[in-house]
Design a protein around this ligand. Sequence first.
Ligand code: Q9C
Ligand code: ZN
Length: 446
Amino acid sequence: VQSSRLPHRDAPPQFSTPLCPPVSPPPGRGDRRRRMAAAGAATPVGAAPRVGLLYDDRMCAHATPDGEKHPENPERLRAIRRKLDAEGVASRCVDMKAKEAKEKYIASVHTPNHIKLIRDISSKEYDYRRNKTARKFNSIYFNEGSSESAFLAAGSVIEVAEKVAAGELSSAIALVRPPGHHAEHNEPMGFCLFNNVAIAANYLLNERPDLGINKILIVDWDVHHGNGTQKMFYSDPRVLFFSVHRFDYGSFYPCEGDASHCFIGEGAGEGYNINVPWEHGKCSDADYVAAWDHVLLPIAEAFDPDIILLSAGFDAAMGDPLGGCCITPDGYALLLTKLLGFAKGRIVMALEGGYNLKSIANSLCACTKVLLGDNFTYNSPRMQPFESTWRVIQMVMVRDELKAYWPVLSSKLPDNVPLRSAPSYIEVNFIFLIFFLVTLCWDLLG
Ligand code: Q9C
Ligand code: ZN
């Protein structure tokens, strides 16, 4: 059986996958399914889940000003929508309407200057300096549709999060762009204008005490570090931010040291920021499952969130031109299934990155089916986590750093797990060699 190839803990058959959720629940709390049923989960046991699906063509208006090719383009949303329609899953969801975010909600995470910039950037008066303004930022473009798209993206995540928190929906998917997790307090960055997920989290915590959301788990599985989101909740223990991303010793975008495992939060928020920084690309389902089973899920169990907001980028998917990792659609489905055991299954997925149209469409389709309650079995080629993954998870990194805050992490990892060695980067070294030779020739000639 495949499951024996992956490191995992034995657990009761809550899910119809051969790979299992992490830890046995603490004594006296009962298993999750009973807890879910007893606590009045949004979906009564046996009933079909109500899954919100938000798609709005107006978020396709944000595009490069002169039609230059760009990975973060409107076709991303359309490709996903087409796939969900073709597979007959869109019609099984509850259709949600996009809504522009009110400025006062955006102001919970962004400065007045930042909001003003994004509000005005698409106006006529800005036409002649729009490109110049964009160049002041890191990996940003603007056009005459950017403002509306940005306000709709933020408002849409608020909208579905509110409905899920209120129990009107079991879970939801917001197909939004521009993405959000790189956007900082006072600057757009990395294709992101407003931090959609952070805005929605603040809305639930600060604007809607009536919904009873006191603890939020943000899971960021986009291949890039969620630098903006990390900063926004760095000293806030109400929000547990978990990001798994390529780090490559600081050389992977956004190339900041604060994506490392050492950044665990500060003040009251110490211990509530968790980074799992991969050392290289080619990470697969096995690596992510290992991070889930041994880091994220035990902590989620202890934190016991009221809702989960998922910064759902799909640029760690197999075939992505930027990510260089290889999560399969079934891999995403499995990771999502494992999250469904928490927060009474209240999960809000907000699209972040993901640049291979086929990969993002297939992955999102698999995730939607999970939320709709379809059974699936994880069948994949045999894959093993990297040694580096084990190292990142096991000792030096995440585990030791956070043990003090999450005693549940102290349990011993299995030690007989088959691991594979790091991918070789012959191609990369070859490029550096050529570069070196060209530079040398240049010097000799000049
Ligand atoms: N040499 C998201 O996935 N790459 N953003 C810039 C510069 C920017 C990714 C490379 C990647 C941003 C939401
Ligand atoms: Zn990304």
